[in-house]
Each structure stands twice: as C-alpha cells, then as structure tokens.
Design a protein around this ligand. Structure first.
Ligand code: NAD
Ligand code: IPM
Ligand code: MN
Length: 346
C-alpha cells in the first residue's frame, strides 16, 4: 500500500494539485493500492495558527508516508518566506532528499523556443544538490555588510555526483559538471575533486566540467550537445528554470526530490519546478502540466511504470491536439487543461 502525503501549499499550488489528485483515484481504479492524505501546511495555515510544519507532522510524513506530492509554497503576506523554508526546504533537508532530479524532454516542437531546434534534439536532466550550498540559510547582516554562507560537504556532493554519473551511464548521455571553481575556490574546489574522482570511476561516461556561465550560453546555442548536468543547489536552481523554458515555460517542468539510499520510509517529494505564481493565483490561469508530470515521476518512483508512461503519453497527445493554457498561447482554464491532459488515459 502506497501512502502519499499531499501538500497543495500556496497560490496556484492548490489549483494545479486539484488537477493531479484525480490521477491517484485513476491509479487506484487500475488496481494500484494507494491512500493519500491532504495536509494543510502553507501560508494560510501559518498566518492562522503560527505553525509552519510542526515537528510531529514532519515525523509523521517521514515515518508513515512513502512520498510527498507537493504543489508550491510562497505567499506575499509572508515576505521573509519563513514558512517556505520550514516546510519545503526542511522536507528536502531532513528527509535527506539529496538529489533534485529535473528532467527536460520537450513534448512538442512548437513548445521549444530555440531557433531551428526540434523537441527530439533535447534530452536534458539536471541533477541539483538539494540540501546544502547557500540553502543552509546561515549568515548575517551587520550594519552595511551582509554575509550568506554556502556549505558544501563531501558526503552530500558525493551522493549527488554519483547519482548524476550513474544516470548518465544508464542513459548513454554525456555528463556536464556546472561550476564556478575559478571563483568559489573552497566550495567548488571540493566539488571539482568529487567530479574528478567519479570521472575515474566512470571512464565510459563522456564527462566534462564547464564554468556555469559559459554552460548557460552553450545550452541555448547547442542544447543537443548536453545530457545530464550536475550542479550545486544554487546553480542547479538557475539551470532548472532555463531548461523549463526549453519545454514551453515554467508551467511545463516537473521534478523529483530523491534519496538515492533512503534513510526513511518517505523517500521522495514530487513537485513542479514552478512556484506559487501569485500573479496567476485564483484566476484559473495556471498550467497544471508540470504538476501532472511530477505525479507521473512519483508513480515511476513507486514502481508504477505503466501508469507513469500513460500519463506522459496522455499529456503529449493533448498538447499535440492544441490543448493550451494562456502561458502556452491558448485560452483553456486550469481545470479544462487538467481534463484535456488526462483525457487520453486508458
Ligand atoms: P514562479 O515559478 O511562481 O513564477 C514565475 C513565472 O512563471 C511567473 O510569471 C508565473 O506566472 C509563471 N508561472 C509559474 N507557474 C506557472 C504555471 N503553472 N502556469 C503558467 N505560468 C506559470 O516564481 P516566482 O514568481 O519567482 O515566485 C513566486 C513565489 O513562489 C515566491 O514566493 C517563491 O519563493 C515561490 N517559489 C516556490 C517554489 C516551490 O514551491 N518549489 C518554486 C519557485 C518559487
Ligand atoms: C525551487 C524553488 C525553491 C528553491 C525556493 C522556493 C526556495 O525556487 O524549487 O526551485 O530555490 O529550491
Ligand atoms: Mn527554483
């Protein structure tokens, strides 16, 4: 029995989640044994109760659920983002979900914004370290000086780099390590040593280190030359949104937060790459594709390959037929788009 914690969160989070939840019922109808519970954590709950994610709720998620399906967090009424840190960043860190896997396989030529590039030429996967770097949230502001500390440990970097090399080997694709070791001599120096060690361990993987700034330019000019991209938390965040654009925009991109060697029952958190989009919230303008495709990633993680593949095919078929929310140039409401994206499910 798979037990799923559902956290819709803030802004468009609940709107796109409403289009993914029918997939759980559909999987059940197909014979999968699954239960889920919707948890209230997010901006509204925080403002009403003062609670972000209580320890007891965290421990329940960790010990009693197999995975988290997550919408988005971020509420303009909480300008310091405290609840986002204490919900999303805590879940990633304390569940030891060290790998943020963000695939990019555009579903339609028309969605690719790059001149002369077709969808089939692009097969990218970002492997973003998910627990460290500046996301440790250590630092201080003292008078006119502000300091953010980025922490990088051999353990976390090793986990991420190994997962990236293993994936590149599995896919038969090149691996690029994005870094700024020319400036971040300590932190990215440690990353470079991990990369060099794993290069020796995986001699058949075509791998190269690239300065992240130059990589971004090359990704736009020659996306087909790249496969798996390994990056730290901060650079991985930036690269994720660039390649979301290759898929048609923020509304299309899916992600999995994974523990390669799980320490707990809860071994994954699945969420779209986008945030709570306060500019769209409450208007039915959000594209639910990223959320639906993240649910497919969760199904694959649970071993439900057939259902995951069926969701991806159904989404692609709808897009081919022209189903589109305003971000894709169409006029479908979020719920109409959700219905269209699920329409070809068997
Ligand atoms: P965002 O991803 O919410 O929005 C960026 C742009 O993409 C906006 O123009 C938005 O309208 C558009 N967009 C996003 N999702 C879309 C969708 N499903 N369909 C169509 N268009 C979509 O990023 P932001 O504006 O930088 O941040 C807004 C809030 O979300 C902030 O509080 C931020 O911290 C938070 N955030 C949360 C997550 C998360 O929960 N994983 C991720 C990113 C940002
Ligand atoms: C993402 C988001 C988050 C991140 C924010 C909301 C902390 O941008 O999931 O990519 O940077 O990880
Ligand atoms: Mn981001």
């Amino acid at each position: 029995m798979a037990h799923i914690a559902v956290i819709p969160g803030d802004g468009i989070g609940p709107e796109v989640m409403a289009e993914a939840l029918p997939l759980l019922g559909w999987a059940m109808a197909k014979g999968r044994r699954v239960t889920w519970e919707v948890l209230p954590y997010g901006g509204n709950h925080y403002l009403a109760s003062g609670e972000t994610l209580p320890d007891a709720a965290f421990e329940r998620i960790r010990d009693d659920f197999d995975a988290v399906l997550f919408g988005a967090v971020g509420d303009p009424r909480v300008p310091d983002g405290r609840h986002a840190e204490e919900i999303l960043l805590r879940l990633r860190r304390d569940l030891k979900l060290g790998v943020n896997h963000r695939p990019c396989a555009p579903m339609l030529d028309a969605l690719v914004p790059l001149k002369g590039v077709t969808a089939s030429e692009i097969q990218l996967e970002v492997f973003r370290e998910n627990t460290e770097g500046p996301y440790c949230l250590r630092g201080e502001t003292e008078g006119s000086q502000a300091i953010d500390i980025a922490v990088h440990t051999e353990a976390a970097v090793g986990v991420l780099m190994r997962a990236a090399f293993e994936r590149a080997l599995e896919l038969g694709r090149p691996l690029t390590f994005a870094h700024k070791a020319n400036v971040l001599k300590h932190g990215h120096g440690l990353w470079m040593r991990a990369f060099t060690r794993l290069q020796k361990e995986f001699p058949t993987v075509r791998s190269a280190a690239m300065h992240a700034d130059a990589l971004l330019c090359a990704l736009v000019q020659r996306p087909g030359d790249f496969g798996v991209i390994a990056a730290d938390n901060f650079l991985g965040d930036l690269i994720s949104d660039l390649i979301a654009a290759f898929q048609g925009g923020m509304g299309m991109a899916a992600s999995a937060n994974l523990a390669p060697a799980p320490s707990f029952r809860c071994s994954g958190l699945f969420e779209p790459v986008h945030g709570s989009a306060p500019d769209l919230a409450g208007q039915g303008l959000a594209n639910p594709a990223g959320m639906i495709l993240s649910t497919a990633l969760m199904f694959r993680h649970l071993g439900w390959e057939q259902e995951a593949g069926a969701i991806e095919s159904s989404v692609q078929e709808a897009l081919l037929k022209g189903a589109a929310t305003p971000d894709l140039g169409g006029s479908l409401h979020t719920s109409e788009m959700g219905q269209a994206l699920r329409a070809a499910l068997p």
